[in-house]
Design a binder for this molecule. Structure first.
Ligand code: URA
Length: 275
C-alpha cells in the first residue's frame, strides 16, 4: 500500500507541477478529494464510505484547505485517465489559450509569426490533429489554410461535414523551421495544451493526421502504416490515425487508404445519409 501511495503521490505531484508550469494555480474539488484520500492512507479504490475527514476543521496533513464536502471518488485514480464525456471540463478553450499566453516554452517561439492555437467548433464531435503550422498558417495564425489545408477541407466535406463543424489543431502551435518534424522536447512542451484542448472539447472522434499526432496521442513510436485503419482509444474518445494531407499531395495513391479511414469515421458519426 505504501508503494502504491507513494506512486500516486508522485503522479499527483508531477501533475500539480505541470499545472503550475502552464499557469494554473488551483485544482478541481475532485483532484483535492483524491489528494486528501491518498494523504490519509486510504486506498483510492476503497468504497465510498465515510470521508476520511468528517470536518473541514481537521485537515489532512499538508493540506491547508480541504473541501467541506468530499466528492465521490472516480472509479479510476487519475482524473487524467477518466473518460472524455464523463464530466464537462471546468475550462474553456479561451482559458487554455490564455494559459498558453505568449508562449516561449520552446525554441519554436523565436521564429514564429503567430501562434496557431486551433480553430473550429468548440463542441465538435470530430477533431483533426495535424503536426504543426506551415508557412501559410504561421502568417495567418490559423491551422490548415495552405494547400494541405485545402485538401483537408475536401476530406472533411467528403464525409458530409462542413469545416466549421469540426475542430482543427496541431501538436505544436508554432511553425518548425523549414517545416521540419517537431523535436521531442518541442512536442513535450506543447502537447499538454493539445491534451487540454481535447479535454475541453470532448470530441467523440479524434482523427490524427500523420505520425506526429498519432505518436503523441497514442504515446507510441510506431510507424503510421501500422497505426492507421482502425479505431483506437484516447481517454474515452475513438481515435483514428490516417495519412497527413501533405503526404497525400506527394503520394496521391495513398488517398484510397485515407478514404477507407474517413468512411469509418463517417459511419461512427452516423453521417452516411447526410447531404
Ligand atoms: N500541416 C499541419 O500539420 N498543420 C497545419 O496547420 C498545416 C499544415
Amino acid at each position: 500500500m505504501t508503494g502504491k501511495r507513494d506512486f500516486l503521490l508522485e503522479q499527483m505531484r508531477a501533475r500539480l507541477e505541470h499545472y503550475r508550469e502552464i499557469g494554473i494555480d488551483s485544482v478541481t474539488p475532485r483532484f483535492q478529494s483524491i489528494l486528501l484520500r491518498v494523504l490519509s492512507h486510504q486506498s483510492p479504490d476503497a468504497p465510498q464510505a465515510a470521508p476520511p475527514y468528517s470536518s473541514p476543521h481537521t485537515p489532512a496533513p499538508g493540506v491547508k484547505n480541504p473541501p467541506a464536502v468530499m466528492e465521490p471518488l472516480p472509479a479510476t485514480m487519475s482524473m487524467f485517465e477518466r473518460k472524455l464525456g464523463d464530466t464537462p471540463s471546468n475550462f474553456t478553450l479561451e482559458q487554455v489559450r490564455n494559459d498558453l499566453g505568449d508562449c516561449q516554452r520552446c525554441r519554436l517561439s523565436s521564429a514564429r509569426t503567430n501562434i496557431v492555437f486551433g480553430s473550429g467548433n468548440p463542441h465538435a464531435q470530430l477533431v483533426f490533429v495535424g503536426e504543426g503550422p506551415g508557412a501559410d498558417e504561421d502568417i495567418q495564425g490559423l491551422p490548415f489554410v495552405g494547400r494541405a489545408g485545402q485538401l483537408l477541407t475536401k476530406m472533411i466535406e467528403s464525409i458530409h461535414l462542413k469545416r466549421e463543424e469540426v475542430y482543427i489543431c496541431n501538436v505544436v502551435k508554432c511553425r518548425p523551421p523549414r517545416n521540419r518534424f517537431p523535436e521531442k522536447d518541442e512536442i513535450a512542451a506543447c502537447s499538454p495544451f493539445l491534451a487540454r484542448q481535447l479535454e475541453v472539447i470532448q470530441p467523440r472522434i479524434i482523427c490524427c493526421l500523420g505520425a506526429a499526432a498519432a505518436q503523441t496521442l497514442l504515446n507510441a513510436k510506431v510507424p503510421i502504416s501500422a497505426l492507421r485503419g482502425r479505431f483506437r482509444e484516447y481517454r474515452g474518445a475513438q481515435l483514428m490515425v490516417t495519412y497527413h494531407p501533405a503526404y497525400l499531395l506527394r503520394n496521391p495513391s495513398a488517398k484510397r487508404e485515407v478514404w477507407e479511414d474517413l468512411k469509418k469515421i463517417r459511419a461512427a458519426l452516423n453521417l452516411e445519409h447526410r447531404k
